[in-house]
Design a protein around this ligand. Structure first.
Ligand code: KIV
Length: 257
């Protein structure tokens, strides 16, 4: 599947389902669950590497983890989920030339077919436009953008009218620049609905309500593997507790047998 095929999903009103992955086990789980898209998100800095934010993640880290994810895939190549990889902090904020070089490295040395870039500030718009012209498909990401948490925190965006207008405008700009889809993170569901209606390209929501064209979740959140759970992701199992209990059970059974 090519990134541009996601637009056909929207045209057919077919929901796009995406999960994040960070290694071959999570990649395999996502593939076997039949997702359309696997995002190697920079959230792996927090859910897999133990950092408190996504900022410490490097280009080398994301390439290493993207390759681990694809090694977990076992389906025929044409049946595998589309891989989109996050551009880490500082790989696209320092100008268009560097961004092309770093995004190019991701595409060249992994099976990712697109990159995701946070924000829509004028500098970022230039970067996105250049990446797309150079043949690198881009997924946008607006609303809560974790790489800007030092300015914005991890809080819900689009609460005021001014912020809603800004997000609406950013969504239209990203579409005009040629993004093939946009992640909408932690914004009010009616704002997400308005954006979904207005855009031709699909919106993929996380904490943005049910009206998006697709949904993405951080797999570790969905499986309840973290101590800190974002308010907008209801875990489907208490994975951490379950695994801890089972491992403790095994350790005790071995120790006292
Ligand atoms: O890094 C990530 O996992 C993401 C999702 C929250 C969309 O960007």
């Amino acid at each position: 599947m090519l990134p541009s095929d996601l637009v056909k999903y929207k045209e057919k009103s077919q929901k796009i389902i995406a999960l994040t992955a960070w290694d071959s086990i999570s990649g395999s789980l996502a593939e076997q669950a039949d997702v359309d898209l696997v995002l190697v998100g920079d959230s792996l800095a927090m859910v897999c590497l133990g950092y408190k934010s996504t900022l410490p993640l490097t280009l080398e880290n994301i390439i290493y983890h993207t390759n681990a994810v694809s090694r977990g895939f076992t389906k025929k190549i044409e049946d595998q989920p589309l891989i989109v990889t996050d551009m880490p902090f500082l790989t696209y904020q320092c100008g268009e030339d560097k961004a092309v070089e770093y995004a190019g490295k991701i595409i060249q040395s992994t099976y990712a077919k697109a990159v995701k870039v946070e924000g829509a500030e004028p500098e970022i718009q230039k970067v996105i436009s250049r990446l797309i012209r150079m043949g690198i498909p881009v997924m946008g990401h607006i609303g809560l953008t974790p790489q800007s948490y030092l300015n914005l925190g991890f809080k819900k965006q689009g609460e005021s009218l001014e912020s809603q207008e800004k997000i609406m405008k950013e969504a239209s700009i990203l579409e005009k620049l040629g993004c093939f889809s946009i992640v909408l993170e932690h914004i009010p569901k009616l704002l997400a609905k308005e954006i979904q209606n207005k855009l031709r390209i699909p919106t993929i929501g996380i904490g943005a309500g049910k009206y998006c064209d697709g949904q993405v979740r951080v797999t570790a959140d969905l499986l309840g593997l973290n101590d800190d759970q974002p308010p907008f992701c209801q875990p489907i199992i208490q994975g951490k507790k379950l695994l801890e209990d089972k491992l403790k059970e095994w350790v005790n059974s071995e120790r006292f047998n």
